[in-house]
Design a binder for this molecule. Structure first.
Ligand code: ASP
Length: 343
């Protein structure tokens, strides 16, 4: 009996990929994506069935909110049994945040969710959108003996398929706009699609998909810089209801050793604020204790973000707080890879 074609759901949230230029102002604005898709005859040639669903009001991804992540998660939850894979079309600006957030939300995921977008609109002559869209759909429909090859939230851009929660946007100019500094590509598209099978997340048996939609937004990110004042640090830590903070430190997790700096953080931790150490370097890992400038951070109980990206760190923080993980076990859980987001 001939096998049926994989069914792929395209979820259009917005972004440059579906925008057109406003003739009066020259600014890019969202456009009816279904109409645009009709102009891409190549999609008919793909060996899969494609259906689309669009946000009522497509967004520039700078406007993406927790509620939008919940919407994407709900669509996937509702359509999970009817489709073999999902492609999320999304603006590139915050794509790494959304891909990270969705990776945490979708527990026991056993189908591919591939985020993609483009630097130029799909109607533009020089667009990167067509290749990104077509190969994202192909990777989402890739199967091995009737089972999806990818069981995780991925991000496809400019010939590379990445683990979504390992990515960061590195260029506002180049087609090659993303990097995964601490984890290899899941696949590379050339004449053939080369899949790096050994590093893929494995399908965890027959566990049912669990969608965790609660996020807590009582969090912040603070990037250290030489000259940061006590006033700034203590104001941030006094934010009403603050429950967690990503501290972007230097190098392998280093920070000033001034007494005021350490005692501000120590007090915050005593007040049950989770403090996570993430490096502001684009590659490498936090290793508290390697230098004297991080030993005290370790001693006061700061959580190590290891080699996590800031995007994955802030979304993991909002996710764990949303799941009501208590400060007592928070450190252990944050330091454990949940969806391959850290080594
Ligand atoms: N500003 C756009 C967005 O993130 C850029 C893009 O789509 O690449 O929605």
């Amino acid at each position: 009996m001939p096998q049926s074609k994989p069914k792929i759901l395209l979820i259009y949230t917005g972004g440059t990929i579906g925008m057109i230029k406003d003739y009066e102002t020259g600014a890019l604005k969202a456009f009816d994506f279904k109409k645009l898709l009709k102009r891409i005859p190549e999609l008919q040639l793909l060996d899969c069935e494609i259906d689309t669903i669009s946000f009522e009001e497509p967004l520039d991804s700078s406007n993406i909110s927790i509620q939008d992540w919940q919407n994407i998660a709900s669509i996937i939850e509702d359509k999970y049994e009817s489709f073999d894979g999902f492609v999320v079309l999304h603006g590139s600006d915050t794509m790494s945040y959304s891909a990270s957030a969705l990776s945490f939300m979708l527990e026991n995921l056993a189908k591919p969710v591939v985020f993609t977008g483009s630097q130029l609109p799909i109607g533009d002559l020089r667009t990167d959108a067509k290749e990104n869209l077509i190969t994202a759909i192909q990777t989402a429909s890739l199967q091995d003996k009737g089972k999806p090859v990818f069981n995780e939230v991925c991000l496809y851009f400019e010939y590379k398929l990445y683990r979504g929660n390992r990515t960061t946007k590195i260029s506002a100019e180049h087609f090659n706009a993303f990097a995964s500094p601490n984890f290899p590509e899941l696949a590379e598209s050339g004449v053939h699609l080369k899949v790096n099978r050994e590093i893929l997340l494995k399908n965890k048996g027959n566990k049912k998909l669990k969608v965790n939609k609660s996020f807590d937004d009582n969090v912040t990110v603070l990037k250290l810089f030489p000259g940061i004042s006590k006033n700034v640090l203590s104001s941030v830590l006094k934010t009403p209801n603050l429950k967690g903070i990503i501290l972007e430190t230097y190098g392998s997790g280093n920070a000033p050793t001034s007494e005021w700096f350490i005692s501000e953080l120590e007090n915050a931790i005593k007040n049950n604020i989770c403090v996570i150490n993430v490096t502001q370097c684009s590659g490498g890992s936090v290793n508290m204790g390697q230098y004297e400038t991080s030993t005290q951070l370790k001693n006061i109980g700061i959580v190590s973000g290891k080699d996590i990206t800031s995007e994955a760190a802030i979304t993991k923080l909002m996710y764990l707080l949303g799941q009501k993980v208590t400060p007592k076990v928070f450190k252990t859980i944050f330091e454990t890879p949940l969806r391959g987001e850290m080594t």
